[in-house]
Design a protein around this ligand. Sequence first.
Ligand code: FAD
Ligand code: 8RB
Length: 459
Amino acid sequence: MGGRRHLTLVGAGLAGSLLAILLSRRGWEVDVYERRGDPRIKGYESGRSINLALAERGRHALRAAGVEEEVMRQAVMMRGRMIHGLDGSLQLQRYGRDDSEVIWSVHRADLNITLLEAAERAGARIHFHRRLHTVDFDAGYARLIDDRDDQPHDIRFETLVGSDGAGSALRAEMVRKAGFGERTEFLDHSYKELTIPPAEDGGFMIEPHALHIWPRGRYMCIALPNDERTFTVTLFLPNHGEPGSDEPSFASVRSGAEVRALFERDFPDALPLIPDLERDWEHHPPGLLGTLYLDRWHLGNRAVLLGDAAHAMVPFHGQGMNCAFEDCVALAEAMERDAGDLASAFAAFEAERKPNARAIQAMALENYIEMRDRVDDPDFLLQRELERTLQERHPARFVPHYTMVTFMRIPYAVALERSAIQRRILEQATAGRSDLSGLDWDALDRQVHGALPVLQDAA
Ligand code: FAD
Ligand code: 8RB
């Protein structure tokens, strides 16, 4: 293994490939084992065009790895939520104050390839078709399987880093050895992906610079733009309807004809945009949604988990990747600070990141209700108006929830705590009102000063 310190990463997805860059650049010798084939050769497996929302936390990590500019070249700006009413009405709700506060839609496959190439340039070795199967932590042996021929490949390791995603095999081995209090809370809702193709003239069928939402109370559709002029639509539905109601669910909407009837009734403006609706529906099983909690993320100096492997979350804040990227920077920094003692570096990483992962997991669950039910509600809109006004009056203290999560890098746990205080102020001040006239601004200003200390690098 030569003179340099060696690390073995499991999973060359988003976190694994980014971490490989950061650590290789810091002088670590890095081998990455990835279950799938090289996406540069055969195309991305399971590969329709899937996009993700990239926000400031993720961009900052990409910047640290020197790949931000390359990624941003293909990113599509999303300025806000485009709310599609049942009556066909459209309303853009901006995410931030101006175009410096926006999120970006990026292609998962392109992003992953960009990161893999940068990791290899930085000196990391990536081994494809190597699925982690079992680990002997005491002896320092791991068994990997090549799924093309079922052949085992055994390797020695000093330290394993688990970036193998929500179904992490490394986590399963760590849990088998040490417990870790693993639990997953599944949502009783699932999702299905559909596609809006380009228009006949090759352009976008609907406004490209927005994240589209069709809020329908207990369920919703969303759509994110792709740079090749398509949109990926995700329909989120309960698994089972409320007893006695006619609400759609994965149990009740089974056939292509039933999904067409659902769209005719609830998403009439989206229906003509999705020509392959029935085929998309019948060919892809619904995806499960859940939150994964662990009491511990590391096993001495032998193994550590990050990203979805450590804290998979529901998608509704669009922060799974952003949080995983933030983990990578935090882990690389902890390992730099404590290079001589990886067990204590991993413990410091876990202590820093676990409360923040818990916070974004909770906020992601909350944002489902907001997206599917609240965004078209007058009370909610009035609270957003007051939120913006209070931000203008107190830019360093009253920072909107979405801004703290999406456009800043303050710890998620701080965002959660301040959001709870702010929500109380907003709800209290707007209760029973239909507009902001007649509010006692002096009292509100005093309340803000009393409850919300100055937030460094807000304004
Ligand atoms: P992954 O990116 O899943 O990478 C895991 C890697 O490990 C994969 O390459 C996998 O093949 C490999 N692997 C798995 N098992 C093994 C094994 N046994 N041995 C070796 N390799 C293995 N997040 C956002 O921030 N914004 C979004 O808009 C967003 N949209 C999403 C849309 C969809 C449809 C989905 C499914 C997720 C979305 N997310 C989004 C979440 C985001 O994708 C994840 O949080 C992020 O990919 C986590 O990175 P990761 O590296 O931990 O896991
Ligand atoms: N995983 C997102 C947001 C917040 C948008 C807002 C929400 C699909 C699976 Cl559901 C969702 C957001 O509050 O206005 N930003 O980015 C991405 C989202 O879903 C992604 C595309 C998704 N993630 C399994 C499906």
